[in-house]
Design a protein around this ligand. Sequence first.
Ligand code: BES
Ligand code: MN
Ligand code: ZN
Length: 515
Amino acid sequence: MVTDQPWDVPADVLVIPFAAPPTFDGPLDELDRRAAGELRALATFRELTGKRLETSLASPGELPAGRLLVVGIGDPTTLDREGVVHVAASAERRLGGRHVRTMAVWLSPLADATGLDGGAALAAELVARGVVEGSYDPKSIYKASPDAHPGHDPAGRGDWGTIAAPPLVEELILIVPGGDAKAVHAGAERGRIIGEGANLARGLANRAANDVSPVVLADEASAIAARHGLWIDVIEPERATKLGMGMFMAVGRGSDNPPRMIVMRSGGEGERDALDRHLAIIGKGVCFDSGGISIKPADRMEEMKMDKTGACTVIAAIATVAQLAPGTPLLAVAPAVENMPGPHSTRPGDIVTALNGKTVDITNTDAEGRLILGDAMTYAEQLGATHLVDVATLTGAVSRALGHMVTGAFGTPQDFYDTVAAAGRRAGERYWQLPLVDDYVPEMDSWYADLQNSGSSEGSLVKSGLFLREFATKPWVHLDIAGTAYFRKATSFAARGATGASHATLVELALAGAR
Ligand code: BES
Ligand code: MN
Ligand code: ZN
């Protein structure tokens, strides 16, 4: 963090946020003058338009930076928090494969953007988070050298120096002429920690199902808990059965890889936060969803290793909260299972008793997320939760309705929904509220049991919410990240694969109760 002018800062790359339409006045005019007119020339050439997330490398002229990276921010009046994270992530990703050790970002055009209304410290947080999130690339999980061509290794990290993966920037310099250095530094630290938390969730979510079974996910959670001083309890099948988690076990029993109910906590048992809540975040952890006996078609079934993303998100989020505000009361519950067909699997029409005592007719074994979440929600309440938020890749319907940039959400009562939505806005994440239509409740009735887990296809998205509501007696919000949890192709700001969606929202929501 420096309070110099952008033309005084040496770095391998100087990132210049650039609005549309381009206007060369004030510091931008000075930057252009010192860059020997390069920016104006590129704008005339139409290489530089300022269009949001568009990037161009430019030569520095007499500036002390090795290269200039101009990144479009579009219309500054519409630049929101998500926009700033994406601008920074796009800059980082644009440098994929390049040798960058120090990166300087001129914050002023972002901090001053009228769409943002938060100033330099907020801009610093979002930029640091964006750079960290932009640096994530899942290719590193199973490939030593993601791109085949060999080469030398200027950065000294094995093949990483020569691949097209985003650079591991060693030093991020944030330039705010006349800024409050302390506040900007604190903002950047917060952004770095939130970004790293999202990347932790992504790293787990992207791993293959033959690598991350429920037991392995529980082991990963235990390691994370140990690292951050969190309490953890991992419930094995015998105990889950004894406790009465009939819906959770109905899904988990079908696989050779046994299920685990992962429970993590910061703060004391049942302890209330500053908002008098004992907040529980609950994440769907289906390590692989074949559909079970109601088996899915083969097309895209490989994506169903991502069905554990909600669990990965809550595990990472509680670790992030533990770093930002240690001791903040927070409970995370992650039911982890593999949904498989086999001789021990639940059959369509099987009737089980949920932890809350309701009997459930499992008419479709592919509607498994709501089963494991229902018991996890009841268990969270038994452990003293006063507010529940679940996050789950629950329905294909939500991604058909809202796509991959907006998470569908349900909740009741409305004021708790509004609280979660506000946390989402602070986090720079988009949600769209879906209705809990009481008229459809009878369609979830069963001839044999209190309810069935899957009704007809009309309004099936709404019905998924209605089913979950049966297992909440406290204020509850459900975030369906089936569309937003992972990208099928890379964007300028994110690699293909897990996105970390909802991690920042959960963190903001929990931190509102920090003392
Ligand atoms: N995990 C799936 C939902 C999903 C589908 C997530 C595609 C991401 C991409 C979930 O368990 C599921 O199978 N849902 C069914 C529900 C139906 C059986 C009521 C669905 O969406 O078809
Ligand atoms: Mn399913
Ligand atoms: Zn599923």
